[in-house]
Design a protein around this ligand. Sequence first.
Ligand SMILES: NC(=O)c1ccc[n+]([C@@H]2O[C@H](COP(=O)([O-])OP(=O)(O)OC[C@H]3O[C@@H](n4cnc5c(N)ncnc54)[C@H](O)[C@@H]3O)[C@@H](O)[C@H]2O)c1
Length: 356
Amino acid sequence: MKYALIGCGMISAAHIKAALESGLEIAALCDLVEENREKALSLLPEEKRQGVKLFADYRAMLAEVRPELAAVALGSGVKRAIACDCMDAGANVIVEKPIALSLEDADAMIECAKRNGVKLCVNHQLRFVPSVRAVKAAADGGDFGKMFHAAAQVRRNRNKAYFDVGPWRGTWKNDGGTLMNQCIHYTDLLQWILGDAEEVFAYTDNLCHPYTEAEDMGLALVKFKSGAYALIEGTVNVYPNNLSDSMAFFGEKGTVSVSGKFLDQAERWQFAEGPASLPESLEKYAVVDLGAGHTPLYRDMIQAVEQGREPVCSGAEGRKALELVLGIYESAARGTPVRFPLERGSTMDYVGRFEK
Ligand SMILES: NC(=O)c1ccc[n+]([C@@H]2O[C@H](COP(=O)([O-])OP(=O)(O)OC[C@H]3O[C@@H](n4cnc5c(N)ncnc54)[C@H](O)[C@@H]3O)[C@@H](O)[C@H]2O)c1
């Protein structure tokens, strides 16, 4: 399958690795900055660099290369335009998370995929982590009994050097804050495992990043339609560096607590009638290791295209993760609980919110 990557910045190495590991034919790399295009090209084994074309203009790339699969990995405010141009040119698209920064843009992308008969996938790659798939299987298989509540903690540090790398970072127009950028993986996982959210109450603030527009901390309480609850804690203010990411699930007959960048360290994995450890759950639910990072998501997307089914991380799923973050933003700004579904929502509704 002929593949092109648009946006050769920080996350591009993960895309190139996944493209190579899933057997795609890397036909083009596109970035406005020549140095970034060259750096991305250098990540390919020498024998695979020959046929790869480099472009500054993605439209020229689409016209000349006609990729069957394009990955869009750049600031979130421009994803709609670029992803839709790709899909209008007949390409299936993997778009980095978040899918977009407004429900209107997400809906337009989902509709564009439908209209063109192509697949749209959002990069929520944590869904493919074995421990996360085992939690999902245990929840679906009834090992937890009634699910009471879950917690997601994203305790990181992002300093000025991080925001200086991309002028889009931390802006309402192109990124949002830590809930939208770092925590959206978790608003995705919570809804994947617990079902759709019903209501949220939240606080968000910008406590120590005067050079960014959006929040650097958010605390949210979510009630799900299933009757379960969740607590989301997201910060990029941890002194002096990243602490950990973690998730916990508390059910009537089971408790799971996992942490680490890939949620693969189990502090507690205990069920009254089910597996007594993560390895036992992996065996019970035949969860095989599909590879690290973006690779399993790429493989799933390729299969989805070939089999004419939706990818695990479809546009509609990416929209749900976005809607929960936008609900958090609305609740924090209004100081009241907010119910789902939202009628509308965009990061642009919050321009100036943290201006001192
Ligand atoms: N899935 C994950 O775990 C994960 C991790 C990090 C970043 N991301 C996401 O990936 C995306 C990119 O993040 P990043 O950290 O790589 O950003 P970055 O700023 O490092 O890179 C973005 C690149 O896009 C290029 N670019 C901008 N506009 C362009 C255009 N019109 N045409 C071609 N190239 C253009 C820039 O020159 C830059 O090289 C964001 O959406 C971010 O949220 C996802």
